[in-house]
Design a protein around this ligand. Structure first.
Ligand code: GLN
Length: 244
């Protein structure tokens, strides 16, 4: 992090921001400010270069065509790779998750190179079989996060390679959609997930994890518990639905 301000970069709000994923930027910003950390937020549209000096980068989900356009532009722009190489934190959701991997299948059914920032590769699920609905997943204990809850809607299925670890194991929903029970992936300070919600509104601990990585110091607890209430409500609802 720079001298006094945290630089938060939201990549391509014009192409990648389904299901309110832009909320992740608001939440990181807000949770930093509540700790007295000043934030400079940069929204990078797809015709602008990605700055290399960010501390935290966020990418959202998107439909298949905008996903291809975003990947084309990001492949030509070394900004994100430079920042991640220098230790910046990155959280990418759904289409963004597929783009930061090594490959995905685009809207023209062609394999499309990803950015190779995370060792995951995405294919497509069986025609007409989208992964849609609520997800609950237990996070890799190494990350020290509570159970994640979110919403998924994707056709892609993602395989985690040896250079990354699954972010979590689903207890409800599909996650990576490969049938192996994994959800998302991470390596170093790069996290990919299929969870919308936006994921940080349902799981503010994820925002705090990125803030801890970026600031290098433990954060003061905020004492907010509303999201835990939401999580137990979701748990009750999906369990009741499964029992019927
Ligand atoms: N287009 C991608 C898929 O269907 C991602 C969708 C999303 O971001 N919600 O797999």
């Amino acid at each position: 992090m720079g001298e006094s301000r945290l630089r938060l970069v939201w990549i391509y709000p014009d192409l990648l921001s389904t299901y309110g994923d832009q909320g992740n930027a608001l939440i990181v910003e807000r949770r930093a400010l509540m700790r007295g950390i000043e934030v400079e937020r940069v929204d990078v549209r797809s015709d602008q270069p990605v700055p290399t000096s960010g501390d935290i980068y966020l990418i959202g989900g998107g439909e298949d065509r905008p996903q291809r356009l975003a990947a084309e532009r990001l492949r030509r722009d070394p900004g994100l790779a430079t920042a991640v190489g220098a230790g910046a934190a990155l959280l990418a959701v759904c289409a963004g998750y597929q783009i930061i991997g090594t490959e995905f299948i685009d809207d023209l059914d062609q394999p499309e190179a990803g950015l190779g920032l995370l060792d995951v590769r995405s294919g497509r699920g069986a025609p007409g079989k989208r992964c849609v609905g609520e997800v609950l997943a237990e996070v890799d204990p190494a990350l020290g996060l509570p159970v994640l809850s979110g919403f998924e809607n994707h056709q892609g299925v993602t395989y985690v390679g040896p250079g990354a670890k699954p972010l979590a194991r689903v207890t409800h929903g599909n996650g990576n959609g490969t049938g192996d029970g994994t959800e998302g992936a991470y390596a170093g300070r790069v996290i990919g997930t299929y969870m919308h919600g936006p994921v940080m509104s349902r799981n503010p601990a994820l925002a705090d994890l990125l803030l801890t990585w970026a600031t290098g110091v433990p954060l003061t607890p905020l004492g907010d518990h509303w999201h835990e209430q939401l999580r137990s409500e979701r748990l009750r609802t999906v369990r009741a639905a499964a029992a019927n």
